[in-house]
Design a protein around this ligand. Structure first.
Ligand code: B12
Length: 495
């Protein structure tokens, strides 16, 4: 009987088959390495996913164990999937891993430390009622504890002292993510016209941004790097096995790695050896960006950088604890331009102290910089972010986070129900682009309206239309037929 791993749909995204979920495919890879039969059910973009889940658990080769991966916005679909599995067969061991449970657990740890059990404790208890086992942090070793029928209900690998927390050496030694267990050809991202996929070369970001998940979570905070040889070997594998020369690096920031320039040079050498021009894209931290890095990135094949500039307002940048000033951000754009790198500016609205004026400053900075593309994200106060973890109860279910005398108020989010549309106009078109937070000057409705208006104006002025929705996939169930290959792949299937 196989172990099933499920990737739930991300119902808030306009296109769910942009990038595969790397984390759960790393878990699949270690299972396969130990000769454990593993199925991956990829429900990304599958409109009738409940039917697909039913067909899977009722199929010929029934799983005895199901692990689900989820970010917070994937929780409404995850809860539905868990309910279906429970109702069908309560004996299946049901396990939750991934960012949501990791961050709820990290937030709860903060509550325990401060001796004030509250929102996160409540959220973790709800998860514990729904799942037999919760896994926080690295899944590659923790999965084997989860497979133990008598294992603990909470496995906390998000702890530097835990033997389940991977060292950089262990990270380097891991098998590559089992990309063959999802239908890579059904994903359709492109960089510079080249079909592209994603990879992770390093983990962790040591900075303190108030909105960012995992600032108290070693899994997301401690920088863990792989050797240059290991990264190069994975790129070679991606090209030779799947034919991709387009790669999006999902490392939090490429330039926190002191070996970054050496890595770029090695990527350039590999490109020459393979006789290809890479089409690469990745994140950098603006105040650390240098001409030397930009030149090496271009040489390696990078054509675009993404940077979380977040705001054009010095007050907001201070409140976020961004570590970069507006001048640093402007300088970063100039460096990229000098070296032929396009810039995607990741901007956001809804920080402590946000006012109409600060949103205007963001708009003006974008209009002055004219990045080749941008996002304007609505900030959500997720567990595991300083905005959540360091907030205190205010009034009637509202919590308040204070920084430099400015405030951010947030309401409890029901992760099993609330759909959090964080960018673009998909939420607005569905009447669901609400904010879950507000400031002294701007209500949640004001923030939603200003965010909508600002983004619309910027898109018009920069000639950068909204991303259009990609039609959802349907699983057609006809008698006697199994699940299609773009949904279910098994490690035992002939390759
Ligand atoms: C890539 C990425 C995306 C991509 C997703 C593409 C894709 N299909 O993967 C895009 C750009 C679409 C995206 C969107 C969003 N993202 Co994002 N994203 C990331 C990023 C940068 C890398 C993810 C990754 O591959 N990590 C590396 C792998 C190894 O880690 P992992 O996936 O967590 O898996 C490990 C463990 O969690 C565990 N595990 C995972 N699954 C399972 C399952 C089982 C059974 C077990 C036992 C263990 C296990 O083991 C894995 C291996 O160690 C992370 C930051 C980060 N560094 O992780 C943010 C991050 C996951 N994103 C985040 C957020 C907030 C979002 C958005 C909500 C956007 C926003 N700004 O508000 C949306 C929501 C998307 C959605 N799915 O609904 C937060 C998660 C917050 C949360 N509470 O869930 C993160 C952590 C960033 C942060 N620090 O705040 N994101």
């Amino acid at each position: 009987m196989p172990v099933g791993l499920i990737i739930p749909p991300s119902l808030i995204l306009s296109d769910e088959r942009f990038f595969t979920h790397i984390g759960v495919l790393r878990v699949a890879a270690v299972l396969r390495e130990k000769k454990i039969e593993v199925d991956v059910l990829d429900l990304s973009g599958v409109a009738n996913y409940p039917e697909a889940v039913c067909a899977y658990i009722a199929g010929k080769n029934k799983p005895w164990f199901i692990g689900i991966t989820a970010t917070s916005p994937q929780m409404p679909a995850t809860a539905r999937i868990a309910e279906i599995i429970r109702n069908f067969n309560p004996d299946i061991k049901l396990v939750l891993g991934g960012p949501h449970v990791t961050l709820v657990n990290a937030a709860r740890r903060q509550e325990v430390e401060r001796n004030v059990l509250g929102r996160a404790d409540h959220d973790l208890q709800r998860l514990a009622q729904m799942f037999d086992c919760l896994v926080a942090g690295d899944g590659e070793k923790a999965i084997f504890e989860a497979l133990n029928p008598n294992g603990p209900q909470l496995i906390d690998a998000d702890d530097r002292r835990s033997p389940l927390f991977l060292t950089s050496e262990e990270l380097t030694a891991l098998p590559f993510p089992a990309r063959d267990l999802v239908a890579m050809e059904s994903y359709h991202y492109r960089i510079n016209g080249a079909p592209a996929t994603s990879m992770i070369a390093q983990l962790g970001c040591p900075f303190q941004c108030g909105f960012c998940g995992g600032r108290e979570s070693p899994f997301l905070r401690k920088v863990r790097v792989r050797t240059t040889e290991s990264v190069i070997a994975e790129m070679r594998h991606i090209y030779q096995t799947y034919g991709y020369r387009g790669i999006m690096f999902y490392d939090d920031e490429l330039n926190v790695n002191p070996q970054m320039v050496a890595l770029m040079r090695a990527i350039a050498t590999l490109g020459k050896e393979l006789g290809i021009e890479w089409a690469l894209r990745g994140f950098i931290k603006s105040e650390l960006f240098t001409d030397e890095q930009a030149e090496a990135m271009y040489e390696a094949g990078f054509r675009e950088i993404l940077t979380g500039f977040e705001s054009g307002s010095p007050r907001i940048l201070r409140n976020i604890k961004k570590g970069a000033t507006r001048e640093d951000n402007t300088r970063c754009v100039e460096i990229a331009r000098r070296h032929g790198l396009r810039v995607k500016a990741l901007m956001s609205v809804g920080h402590p102290g946000e006012t109409e004026e600060t949103i205007l400053e963001t708009k003006d900075w974008i209009l002055a910089m004219r990045p080749e593309s941008f996002d304007l994200t609505r900030i959500t106060v997720y567990p595991g972010t300083p905005y959540f973890d360091h907030a205190v109860p205010h009034l009637d279910g509202v919590w308040v986070y204070t920084v430099n005398g400015d405030h951010l108020y947030s309401r409890q989010v029901d992760y099993f129900k609330d759909f959090i549309y964080y960018k673009g106009d998909r939420g607005a078109r569905m009447g669901l682009d609400s904010f879950f937070a507000f400031t002294d000057e701007l209500s949640a409705e004001d923030l939603a309206r200003l965010c909508r208006e600002t983004e619309r104006e910027l898109r018009e002025k920069l000639g950068q239309p909204y991303q259009t929705d990609v039609p959802e996939l349907q699983f057609g169930h006809s008698m006697g037929q199994g699940l299609p290959d773009f949904i279910l792949r098994s490690s035992t299937a002939p390759t």
